[in-house]
Design a protein around this ligand. Structure first.
Ligand SMILES: Cc1ncc(COP(=O)(O)O)c(C=O)c1O
Length: 417
């Protein structure tokens, strides 16, 4: 029998950048240790952080029947009440917000949060087809195929600001940005995956004001931001308001295996989201929430983010940037996006002789995994811009020998083209 898929099945069951990336990542982490993993966004293994998770696990096992309850009981569709209460207290104390437990929903990872939110807010709605506006491309590869409506995302080219010969920063082109009547929400990741960009406070204020004025939502994906995991190399803080949907994740704390995302939003959004979560997932994974709850209460989660995780990645970013410059300098035209947060260097090779996807294949044949940048321009639908085939995303979270050798192989291949 031929497999006859629905539109939904074909869209999600076919080739996608995120599937390529996650399959590469899985192969590198579990099957073929020879692969140099500078592709997927796996967080680093940080010994001081792993020690904390191990201690927490021991405590959990030693505390009455907590462990059995975590394993044996389904969570509520909006998340574990203990975790939510601790989170609300932590965020209110840290940022002076006035959240209640009704403003929070936990999911099985931010990836799920976005799938639900995008399709709840946008797509077919009566006779109209509502959109999600990404004010700047490139954006997170993982959103690309999430719209059940294939035309869900709209976006604009950014302005490119040069900082000297080898560094640049994307800025939102507010002169070009049009918010049509069919836009249901504006969405940004901040820090941005894939570029390490952190949209400035003034860019965020403008977006927020535009969304508020139009009565639409501003979705801010804070998977790498403050107050945890705090992989953001400046003191910019998140903000929340009734028209803002803010998402966080436990993954980049070193807990991607526990699969927990967090959504902070207006009560009606949270109610609808937890109803969707019940239908699709029944409940969330309990383990990550149980591990993290006491650390939210005693301030340890924020301390470890600020004092261990952030400095760790900042040092890795600087080191990888220095190696990259050393390897490519004077040999090829290259620019690296300002590294302001997240786990990636975004390399632009102006005038690259082959496409970034062909370069990805060449590098893979040399055992180096990267991500071709073209996947992150999915919302532009504008093949005339060569830039989108001239970029690579390089993850620097893996151990130094992997990153160093990866950069050596990259330089060898790129300079030989
Ligand atoms: C910007 C961004 N959002 C969301 C996610 C999804 O994270 P998770 O589902 O592990 O919470 C990721 C993962 O890398 C990401 O980089």
């Amino acid at each position: 029998m031929n497999l006859s898929l629905s539109d939904f099945g074909r869209k999600l069951g076919g080739h996608s950048g995120i599937n390529e990336l996650m399959s590469d990542l899985g192969e590198a982490m579990a099957i073929n240790p020879k692969l140099l993993m500078m592709g997927g966004g796996n967080p680093a293994r940080i010994p001081a952080v792993e020690k904390i998770w191990r201690e927490r696990m021991k405590e959990l096992l030693a505390t009455g029947d907590t462990f059995e309850r975590v394993l044996a009981n389904y969570d509520q569709p909006r998340g574990s009440p203990d975790f939510i209460n601790a989170l609300v207290e932590c965020l209110n104390a840290r940022f002076g917000w006035k959240l209640t437990k009704k403003n929070v929903c936990v999911t099985n990872g931010s990836q799920n949060s976005f799938f639900f939110l995008f399709n709840m807010l946008a797509g077919a709605s009566g006779n109209s087809r509502r959109k999600i506006l990404l004010p700047l491309s490139p954006e997170y590869i993982g959103y690309a195929e999430q719209g059940i409506d294939p035309t869900m995302f709209v976006s604009f080219r950014p302005k490119i600001e040069m900082h000297g010969d080898h560094e640049f920063k994307y800025r939102i082109d507010f002169d070009a940005l049009k918010i049509s009547d069919d836009v249901a929400a504006i969405c940004v990741s901040r820090p941005t995956n894939p570029t390490g960009n952190v949209l400035t406070d003034s860019e965020m204020q403008r977006l927020s004001a535009m969304a508020k004025e139009r009565g639409i939502f501003l979705m801010v994906d804070n998977a790498y931001g403050a107050p945890f995991p705090d992989i953001i190399f400046s003191d910019i803080e998140p903000f929340w308001d009734e028209h803002v949907i803010l998402t966080l994740s436990l993954s980049k704390l070193g807990l991607p295996g526990t699969r927990n995302g967090i959504v902070i939003a207006r009560e009606d959004v949270i109610e609808a989201l937890s109803a969707v979560n019940a239908i699709v997932s029944l409940a969330n994974g309990n383990l990550g929430q149980a591990l993290v709850t006491p650390l939210l209460r005693n301030g340890e989660l924020l301390r470890m983010s600020k004092e261990i995780i952030r400095p760790f990645y900042e040092a890795k970013s600087r080191q990888a940037n220095a190696w990259l410059r050393e390897a490519l300098d004077d040999r090829v035209d290259f620019k690296v996006h300002a590294s302001e947060g997240a786990l990636f260097l975004w390399l632009w090779l102006p005038g690259l002789k082959i496409s970034s996807q062909e370069l990805y294949r060449l590098l893979k044949s040399r055992n180096l995994l990267v991500v071709s940048g073209h996947y992150s321009f999915y919302a532009l639908r504008d093949e005339s811009w060569r830039h989108q085939h001239e970029c690579l995303r390089l993850t620097y979270s893996q151990p130094e020998p992997v990153v160093r050798e990866g950069i050596r192989v990259l330089a060898d291949v790129v300079t030989g083209l």
